[in-house]
Design a protein around this ligand. Structure first.
Ligand code: GTP
Ligand code: MG
Length: 191
């Protein structure tokens, strides 16, 4: 599937701009700057396919990438703090929520959590939305290269405890580093 290549299809700013729901899709959600776009680049082996940056709020549209002929990978705007005007942030948060709760072909949401920080209350809000919408989600820890070995177990336990309260959660966590390539094969296999 990944050998077939990934291409940018379109950036969507309103629900009526979504591409036809004729493929299975998975999306990448998470707080601003958690590493969603970088993870898509690592998965597809194409640096710069999804635009990443150190400024929270980089991705401001729902970006669709085709993966072979049968899948979409969907890069979402972040939630939580973003370096953008409040009015603009509100617009894309509404779109994000509409997408997460109203896309029939969304097969799984990957919810990214920074391996240094664990699950925060803004994450909880999104996880609850996914529960209510019956969208299966799986948590992916990002930036694992920035965590000391001794701190990792504590964060894993914290995230597992948070997930146990969510009926739509897929229990298995995937620990990744886009920088180091850790966990990327595992995530590809899941997709
Ligand atoms: P928004 O689009 O703003 O919501 O951010 P995003 O979640 O798409 O994050 P993005 O991929 O743009 O990455 C944010 C920053 O984190 C960039 O400076 C990346 O280089 C860095 N980053 C992403 N993944 C990793 C990782 O695995 N390890 C390290 N060390 N840095 C990472
Ligand atoms: Mg992004």
């Amino acid at each position: 599937l990944f050998a077939g290549g990934a291409e940018f299809l379109k950036g969507v700013v309103a629900m009526d701009g979504l591409p036809p729901d004729d493929r299975v899709e998975v999306c990448f959600a998470g707080r601003s700057n958690v590493g969603k776009s970088s993870l898509i680049n690592a998965l597809t082996g194409r640096k710069g396919l999804a635009r990443a940056s150190n400024t929270p709020g980089r991705t401001q549209e729902i970006n669709f990438f085709t993966l072979g002929d049968t899948r979409y990978l969907v890069d979402l705007p972040g939630y939580g703090y973003a370096n953008a005007p409040v009015r603009v942030v509100e617009t894309w948060q509404r779109l994000l929520k509409a997408y997460l709760s109203g896309r029939a072909t969304l097969r799984r949401a990957f919810v990214l959590i920074d391996a240094r920080h664990g699950a925060k209350s803004v994450d909880e809000e999104i996880l609850t939305l996914l529960d209510r919408s019956a969208v299966t989600f799986q948590c992916v820890l990002t930036k694992a290269d920035k965590v000391k070995e001794k701190d990792r177990a504590k964060i894993l336990a914290q995230v597992r405890a948070a997930l146990s309260k969510h009926p739509a959660a897929y229990p298995e966590l995937i620990v990744t580093s886009s920088e180091e390539g850790w966990g990327i094969d595992t995530l590809r296999a899941v997709i």
